[in-house]
Design a protein around this ligand. Structure first.
Ligand code: ADP
Ligand code: MG
Length: 244
């Protein structure tokens, strides 16, 4: 079977800051309907990788491909357009506009795309699904951290972008709120989105289809230790299997 073209791909990405090599070799691909989690200790380059993937930061070497096209060759204007239309980025902090209401914050990407009026009902339905329908008119400073995170999530989704990139979306939240956001995010691939998720949360990371970790600037596939040795099924010896 021929697999679909990845919506987002990193090919041999390198990136350093002031002589410190942060990403040494990062390659990954994410298809529609697929989730990828990226773990790694603090300072291992997770945010840097997500920023490069989202075309917010240029790699020193390597390429980012978007839906089969080499985005490394694009102009700034092309990159901005794709970012706004095709990527939903959930920043590590919520980064809401303090002077705008919750609903207007969610509608910022739609405003930039000239689709504010058209996306208004969808923005409200997102707030409703995220349990924030009674907060539409509030300003960000009136919200809890968890509520601000959910507003930022709604903003990332308002244009229904094919690719969602989320940077530690459940950090600093109590377990109930963290679960609410985790469940919402993990439901996105079933709706056809591609999801790249940076997280410290082991449970959230392990729920992704593909689990990667960053170590010493290298992105590697997390190997699941086999639960039982090869050739054996739990509770049934090879000898028993051969007689069945
Ligand atoms: N804009 C920047 N300027 C200089 N150094 C940076 C910048 N962004 C990140 N770094 C450095 O790159 C490394 C990786 O950072 P980051 O990608 O934020 O890691 P993580 O998200 O895994 O905690 C850190 O050592 C950090 O200090
Ligand atoms: Mg980070």
């Amino acid at each position: 079977m021929v697999r679909a073209t990845p919506l987002l791909e990193a090919r041999g990405v390198r990136r350093s800051f002031g002589g410190d090599l942060v990403l040494h070799e990062a390659s990954l691909s994410i298809r529609a309907g697929e989730s990828v989690s990226i773990t790694g200790h603090s300072g291992s380059g997770k945010t840097t990788l997500l920023s490069v993937l989202a075309l917010l930061l240029e790699p020193d070497a390597g390429e980012i491909w978007v839906a089969g096209a080499n985005a490394t060759l694009w102009s700034d204007a092309q990159r901005s357009r794709i970012r706004n239309h095709s990527f939903g980025y959930v920043f590590q902090g919520a980064h809401l506009v303090g002077s705008l209401s919750v609903l207007d914050n969610v509608l910022v990407p739609a405003l930039i795309a000239g689709r504010r009026r058209e996306r208004r009902d969808y923005a409200r339905s997102l707030l409703d699904r995220l349990g924030l329908s009674n907060r539409e008119g509030h300003l960000p400073h009136m919200l809890s951290l968890g509520q601000r995170r959910r507003v930022a999530l709604a903003r990332a989704l308002v244009l229904e972008p094919p690719v969602i990139l989320a940077d530690e979306p459940t950090n600093d939240l109590d377990p109930r709120r963290a679960n609410q956001i985790a469940e919402f995010l993990l439901g996105l691939p079933a709706a056809g989105h591609a999801l790249a998720l940076v997280t410290h949360d082991r449970a959230l990371a392990s729920a992704a289809d593909v689990r990667l970790f960053l170590r010493d600037g290298v992105l590697a596939c997390e190997e699941d230790a086999p639960e039982v040795p090869f050739g054996k099924k739990s509770g049934v010896s090879t000898d028993q299997q051969s007689r069945q």
